[in-house]
Design a binder for this molecule. Structure first.
Ligand SMILES: *Cc1c(COP(=O)(O)O)cnc(C)c1O
Length: 456
């Protein structure tokens, strides 16, 4: 052990008198700077004791302290550039809000709003009424409630209508969605008894009919969001399920997952079932997400028959699952954009990305290749190639959109290393690895300048 080196280390008090650390104190607090200095000194001491290093200069200790403090003060929430090849990527927060929605969120965040008060009468209001009118208009439903996400929507609908009783669902629809949404578990957690019918690939009307008994409370249909069953298959359509439900007096609930509000084929995209169609085909309740194809903030919406929605509103679980004012503000502004269908495709980022022409994506790719090439330097080689974009968020499973992507390789680094370097730089860029290269999809990159990048 180098006793000289240990003895030579400055004290925390001494360090705090240094100019650099005085500046640091004015940006945080002396307690925080002292904590960082102490931690740096501890690290150096525990390296000196086993003989792993010699003494440390005052300048080095100060620099390490400033670095530690900067790390501590840096916000955890960072803007990430989505070049992942998935438009609605759950790990980076799914739908990007429209400007109008972001402004509404800021308004609700920076002041008080009429969340639960009727401005005309001063009487106590209902927070869902901020958006219920729009949802009714856009879906044809009689009523609607909003909760934290679609998982909560399914949980709340099932718990309200079916606690302690049976929920009938086809074996082909017992879905698991990324991020631990498993329908059989949600059914159990909502206090209901799962009654699966049919086979994985084929379920017939008689399977539902013969499962119905005095304990049946719900017939549940789930949109198989992230996979498709192909080949020798049969499923019972919503229309037929609804007539079975009606005949037996049992409500039919559909978990639509993404739940588009508009016919996407208008934008040249594959057709996805809309909420309005589900309501028209006779679903008593439909649940869907706010931040998937709808393009809004994270939320879960239950729309349908007023009598059932009224019951849901009275359930105490609703209080635990309700949406907050920021969500409701962002959701309202998003839904309002749907009142102008002509401009929706430009206003709503999710739709804009989906409908973006390949020729325009290619222009971004050409410019981005130059910008990123400059940032990364000569050790990297970047080529432009054809690629495919996934919609994501469990929407349009198996449907891919043609795109242009940057493919990156390096003389000295493997694909995994490049991937991590891009993600840990400034701004973080999320790509994906394919055949030993890092692929950056340009469809969701708004401007090539977003790739003006600094390596950490
Ligand atoms: C995405 C999805 C869910 C979960 O929705 P969240 O809003 O993520 O909670 C549930 N069911 C289906 C069919 C889905 O696609």
């Amino acid at each position: 052990m180098d006793k000289e080196a240990l003895r030579g280390l400055p004290s925390v008090d001494e360090l705090l008198r240094a100019d650099e650390l005085n500046t640091a104190v004015s940006a945080s607090s002396s307690a925080l700077v002292a904590e960082c200095a102490r931690a740096v000194l501890d690290e150096i001491r525990s390296a000196i004791i086993p003989g792993n290093r010699g003494g440390a200069a005052r300048e080095e200790i100060i620099a390490l302290t400033v670095e530690k403090l900067a790390f501590l003060l840096k916000p955890s929430v960072r803007k990430v550039i989505n070049a992942s090849g998935t438009i609605l990527h759950t790990n980076i927060g799914r739908a990007v809000l429209a400007d109008e929605a972001a402004e509404a969120v800021a308004l609700a965040a920076s002041g008080n709003i009429n969340l639960e008060i009727d401005l005309a009468t001063g009487e106590r209001g209902e927070r869902d009424s901020l958006v219920e009118g729009l949802i009714k208009r856009l879906t044809g439903a009689q009523a609607a409630v909003v909760v934290n996400n679609n998982a909560a929507a399914v949980l709340l609908a099932l718990n309200t209508l079916s606690e302690g009783r049976e929920v009938i669902i086809s074996r082909g629809e017992l879905i698991e969605i990324g991020g631990s949404f498993r329908l059989p578990e949600i059914i159990r957690k909502s206090g209901c008894i799962l009654k699966e019918v049919g086979a994985t690939n084929r379920t017939h009307p008689k399977d539902y009919e013969s499962a119905i008994n005095g304990d049946t409370a719900i017939i549940l249909k789930a949109h198989t969001s992230n996979y498709r069953i192909v080949g020798f298959t049969a499923e019972v359509g919503l229309k037929e399920l609804s007539s079975i439900g009606k005949r037996h007096g049992i409500p039919v609930v559909e978990d639509l997952g993404s739940g588009s509000l508009v016919d996407l084929s208008v934008y040249g995209l594959p057709k996805e079932p809309t909420v309005r169609e589900s309501i028209e085909e006779g679903a008593d309740l439909v649940t869907f997400s706010g931040d998937k194809l709808l393009g809004g903030p994270q939320a879960g919406i239950i729309a349908g028959k007023k009598e059932l929605i009224d019951k849901i509103r009275k359930n105490h679980l609703k209080r635990a699952l309700r949406a907050d004012k920021l969500t409701l503000a962002g959701l309202e502004a998003t839904l309002r954009l749907y009142l102008n269908p002509e401009r929706l495709g430009q206003k709503l980022p999710a739709l804009r990305y989906m409908a973006r022409p390949v020729s325009e994506i290619e222009k971004t790719a050409v410019e981005a290749r130059r910008v990123l090439g400059k940032a990364l330097g000569p050790d990297y080689s970047i080529t432009i190639e054809d690629g495919e974009t996934q919609i994501g968020g469990g929407s349009l499973p198996g449907r891919l959109l043609p795109t242009k992507a940057l493919a990156i390789v390096s003389g000295s680094k493997g694909a995994q290393e490049i991937f991590t370097a891009l993600l840990s730089g400034e701004p973080p860029i999320l790509g994906r690895i394919n055949r030993d290269r890092v692929i950056l999809d340009m469809r969701t990159v708004d401007s090539a300048q977003d790739l003006a990048f600094r390596m950490k």
